[in-house]
Design a protein around this ligand. Structure first.
Ligand code: PSU
Ligand code: MN
Length: 306
């Protein structure tokens, strides 16, 4: 007899209940704490994001793979295990079948998180910075699967732009090619993750969560397949000093090139180099960026549910 495959993803009772009754839910990714942030800060930041949502009367849906089960709404114990256990892998959308079949724990990237959140029916997802086009992509072809997934996953993602280690101009071109709408949250400047302004412009801005909700409804009424990307800058008075940021970035790229780091390992490597080059300040800003996105995500989810 063929074994009946369980229906995936698993959705926690709390998240399921909120979705069934039209209460606001915001999805959160897990790669940010399994691979993006060092221990023990990672667990504090993962928990703080959930607390911020609950304080705003929004149900958090942290997404990850727990012992082979893609889950929307990880428990606190599961979050703690993903933050502390050895051998937790990083899973993009394409890595999900492998993680399931081998029964592994995995942090889900933006692509895998968006995919799973969408399957569960969650409409808003808050993260730090998206993946995108890496410098040197014209020869390495290193472009994050985040972009391709978002082109065909109609939810709303709040981020402070893309990771600043990327080729931002090229990433913006790809967002255009992939027909992914980008809206600046109270700004026409595309944010640079650690810094408020990446030096690039955005064509559209929204002044309130209600305005973003109106765009989401318009996207859905049109049946457009892509995510709406809400670009939310870190407040300028809490950004990383732009000169320090420039120097740290240059140093990180140079180190990556010298050591031949590439593929999925490059993002964690660069983020860690930036951390050491800024004396840990980049971590504080990363936490601030994330807090700010989670807060705006909560407001958008509430406006959508109203
Ligand atoms: N931004 C961060 N830290 C991170 C990531 C983004 O500040 O850890 C993660 C996200 O999960 C994103 C992933 O989806 O990196 C992209 O990785 P890659 O470039 O390998 O696709
Ligand atoms: Mn990559």
């Amino acid at each position: 007899m063929t074994r009946q495959a369980p229906s995936l993803p698993a959705v926690s009772d709390e998240v399921r209940g909120a979705l069934d009754t039209g209460r606001p839910v915001v999805a959160l990714e897990s790669t940010i704490f399994t691979h993006g942030l060092p221990r023990p800060r990672n667990l504090d930041i993962a928990r703080e994001a959930e607390r911020l949502l609950r304080a705003a009367d929004v149900v958090p849906a942290t997404v990850g793979v727990s012992a082979g089960v893609p889950t929307v709404g990880l428990s606190d114990a599961e979050i703690e295990r993903l933050c502390t256990a050895d051998g937790v892998t990083k899973a993009g959308e394409r890595d999900l079948p492998g993680a399931v079949a081998t029964g592994r724990d995995a942090g889900t990237t933006v692509s895998a998180t968006a995919f799973l959140a969408r399957l569960a029916g969650v409409q808003v997802f808050a993260t730090g910075g998206l993946g995108g086009v890496h410098h040197g992509a014209r020869t390495t072809f290193d472009e994050s699967a985040d972009l391709v997934t978002l082109a065909r996953t109609p939810l709303t993602v709040v981020s402070a732009g893309v990771k600043s280690v990327l080729d931002i101009a090229a990433t913006l071109e790809r967002l255009e090619t992939l027909s992914i709408p980008v809206v600046g949250y109270r700004t026409r400047r595309f944010p640079g993750f650690y810094v408020a302004d990446s030096g690039h412009e955005i064509g559209t801005s929204a002044e309130s969560p209600e305005e973003v909700a109106a765009m989401i409804r318009a996207r859905d009424a049109l049946g457009l397949p892509a995510a709406l990307l809400v670009a939310n800058p870190v407040p300028a008075d809490r950004q990383l000093d732009p000169d320090l940021h420039e120097r740290a970035l240059a140093e990180a790229w140079e180190a990556a090139a010298r050591r031949g780091v590439s593929g999925a390992a490059i993002t964690p490597f660069l983020l860690d180099r930036i951390r050491s080059a800024t004396g840990g300040r980049s971590l504080d800003v990363n936490a601030e960026v994330y807090r700010n996105n989670v807060t705006v995500g909560a407001a958008i989810a509430r406006a959508l549910a109203a």
